[in-house]
Write a protein that binds this ligand. Structure first.
Ligand code: HEC
Ligand code: HEC
Ligand code: HEC
Ligand code: HEC
Ligand code: HEC
Ligand code: HEC
Length: 441
């Protein structure tokens, strides 16, 4: 589906990207003591769910936080390192500001990040002090905003721009040559350009055909590229551990929310930590199941399991922990741009029945993520574009009788009934599901 509103944006974004690309690279040199572009990707993976640079979300705005804490609280980087690694421990140690900020934010728990190294934290802090200049544009266009993709995207744009420039140059050149060769003052033209013009004149049709084809090719490339930005259906990155949902959720029937437990309570579903894996893999150390994906083997699965132990520092022969941990860096598959607000709880709890009915699925997750229980590797099952959200909001009838909605929409429901009649179907758009502010910060 082509959405012109989107297209315009992406066109602009694409134009800026070439500039942004070189610019953001140039910026890296100014870092205080970390790599802001690595910091940016760490920030997006670990912090962006609760923090933005320029405004308060669930936690405080983090733009310039190093400077702010230094100026206002006299706290240095050490404090930030301790806080980010384990804020609860810092509070428990009696740190005054740690307790105060927790109270200021109504005791909202920030996740602990023991897996981040000091260098990682310095990188994140470098990013908060010194974000790449045209960050928004880069964010919007980078496919699924992963690191690996921003380079080819930038390179592609530059490639296309160069091609386009070449083409224009050629056209102008040819045009003047044709004019010169046909003009009366033809003697002004140089020898070789005359001959070039003659050749061109002779093979006019062929030359135009070649030029036309080139033009079409460039245009087609740009078109496909721009339509593709932000639409990642089918996106399936390689993961550091070959973790099979088909084996865990399908064969073993483990409930999605056993591992993605925050889907019910919060904005994000989250990826389980290795500690959770150990609930089972403390015992289960090799693969003995019947299911084996084509091209894989039991041996392969068993080897993949060992990566959990390596990550969490578990010596399985002695059943002891060595303390040598290294994080599993799962590649993030779904990642909305920062300016979009999506809340799992709203859909998984309040919307559960409505969505299951509308999409005819027996697990609410499948409506948006597809049959994850049948995927060896998770891939993006839908477009996850604005049009996709809106389409479902237009179609899905709200379940006004569940506890959540009874409480929240009691008055609204009465009004809607008066307006549309007792029997009318009330879809999500009627309760505000098409309002820009509901989905955008
Ligand atoms: C689950 C939500 C959540 C995540 C994820 C999160 N934070 Fe926080 N953060 C908070 C909240 C809430 C506060 C306010 C204090 C409190 O309630 O504990 C906070 C406070 C902070 C503060 C103190 C800021 C100040 O002004 O005093 C810093 C620094 C911080 N977070 C950094 C980070 C970094 C870096 C990451 C990512 C590695 C991160 N946070 C991830 C929720 C989160
Ligand atoms: C045993 C734990 C476990 C269970 C059970 C589980 N998952 Fe996952 N899930 C993971 C892990 C680990 C990842 C990260 C690796 C990956 O993407 O495969 C993940 C990734 C995902 C992702 C992609 C996240 C991203 O990066 O955007 C989705 C979507 C997802 N799971 C949905 C489900 C659904 C739906 C179910 C139930 C059918 C389910 N999961 C059951 C552990 C689990
Ligand atoms: C609720 C129990 C449970 C949890 C939690 C769990 N697993 Fe498993 N896992 C299993 C079972 C059962 C098998 C299959 C064993 C068999 O059939 O012999 C398995 C198999 C595996 C395999 C081999 C097959 C495959 O998927 O490639 C890997 C690797 C694996 N688990 C990784 C993980 C990781 C990583 C986590 C944490 C994100 C995790 N598991 C969490 C129960 C669990
Ligand atoms: C209405 C559609 C919808 C439903 C229903 C839904 N999800 Fe999601 N899910 C999303 C979107 C959109 C994102 C991307 C969120 C983002 O990037 O901010 C996402 C992201 C995720 C992620 C990646 C981590 C994160 O939270 O960003 C996991 C894991 C996940 N979903 C699991 C689940 C599970 C498990 C269920 C069922 C309990 C579920 N989802 C139900 C739309 C949905
Ligand atoms: C499969 C259908 C479906 C999809 C896809 C979907 N939603 Fe929803 N959404 C719902 C339903 C149903 C509700 C109403 C839940 C309730 O009963 O409160 C809802 C409610 C909301 C609300 C609250 C609206 C209000 O007025 O209170 C927001 C915000 C929202 N969705 C955002 C999104 C975003 C952002 C996306 C895309 C990333 C999305 N939704 C995709 C079904 C969907
Ligand atoms: C149901 C949720 C929802 C509503 C309502 C909504 N948006 Fe969006 N919007 C999104 C999502 C999700 C994206 C990101 C799409 C992507 O990354 O492909 C988006 C992207 C955008 C973009 C960036 C263009 C792009 O393609 O990345 C603009 C501009 C925008 N929305 C404007 C609006 C305006 C104006 C309104 C009100 C008329 C609105 N949105 C209402 C969910 C919503």
């Amino acid at each position: 589906m082509v959405n012109w509103e989107h297209f315009k944006w992406k066109y602009l974004a694409a134009l800026f990207l070439a500039v942004a690309f070189s610019w953001s690279n140039a910026q890296e040199g100014d870092a205080i003591s970390g790599d802001p572009s690595n910091g940016e990707s760490l920030f997006n993976t670990h912090c962006a769910a609760c923090h933005a640079l320029d405004k308060k979300l669930i936690g405080p705005a983090l733009g310039g936080v190093v400077e702010r804490l230094q100026d206002e609280q006299g706290l240095g980087r050490d404090w930030l390192h301790s806080w980010i690694k384990d804020n609860e421990a810092l509070r428990a140690s009696g740190d005054e500001y740690a307790v105060q900020v927790f109270e200021d934010y109504n005791q909202t728990l920030m996740t602990a990040f023991p897996q981040l190294s000091d260098q990682d934290i310095d990188d994140v802090l470098a990013y908060t002090s010194n974000p790449p200049v045209v960050e928004e544009v880069v964010e919007e266009t980078a496919v699924a905003s992963t690191d690996e993709s921003s380079l080819p995207v930038g390179a592609l744009i530059i490639g296309f721009s160069v091609l386009a420039a070449l083409l224009i140059w050629l056209l102008v050149k040819v045009n003047t040559l044709v004019k010169l060769s046909t003009a009366e003052g033809g003697e002004l033209a140089m020898e070789d350009s005359q001959s070039f013009a003659k050749v061109f004149e002779k093979n006019k049709k062929l030359a135009y055909a070649v030029l036309g084809l080139l033009g079409l090719l460039v245009f087609y490339g740009l078109w496909v590229f721009m339509i593709g930005i932000g639409v990642d259906k089918g996106y399936q990155p390689e993961q550091p551990i070959y973790f099979s949902h088909k084996i865990h959720a399908g064969e073993q029937g483990i409930d999605c929310q056993y591992c993605h437990s925050s889907a019910k309570y919060g904005k994000v579903s989250g990826i389980p930590s290795p500690n959770l894996c150990m609930n089972c893999h403390y015992q289960i150390q090799e693969y003995t199941g019947d299911y084996v994906e084509e091209g894989k083997s039991k041996q392969f699965y068993t080897e993949e399991m060992q990566k959990i132990y390596q990550s969490i520092g578990f010596d399985k022969d002695n059943l002891t922990y060595t303390g040598e941990e290294e994080p599993i860096e799962w590649a993030r598959i779904h990642n909305m741009p920062d300016f979009v607000y999506f809340n799992h709880a709203q859909h998984v709890v309040a919307g559960e029945e409505a969505i299951k009915n509308a999409k005819g699925v027996d697990q609410v997750c499948y409506a948006c993520h597809g049959r994850v229980d049948q995927m060896d590797e998770v891939q993006m099952a839908n477009d996850f574009t604005m049009g996709w959200c809106i389409e479902c909001h237009r179609e899905t009838e709200v379940d006004m009788n569940n506890e959540y909605n009874k409480e929240y929409y009691a008055q609204l429901h009465e009004k809607l009934k008066q307006q549309y009649g007792e029997e009318a179907t009330i879809t999500v758009d009627a309760i505000g599901g098409l309002e820009c502010g509901k989905c955008h910060y």
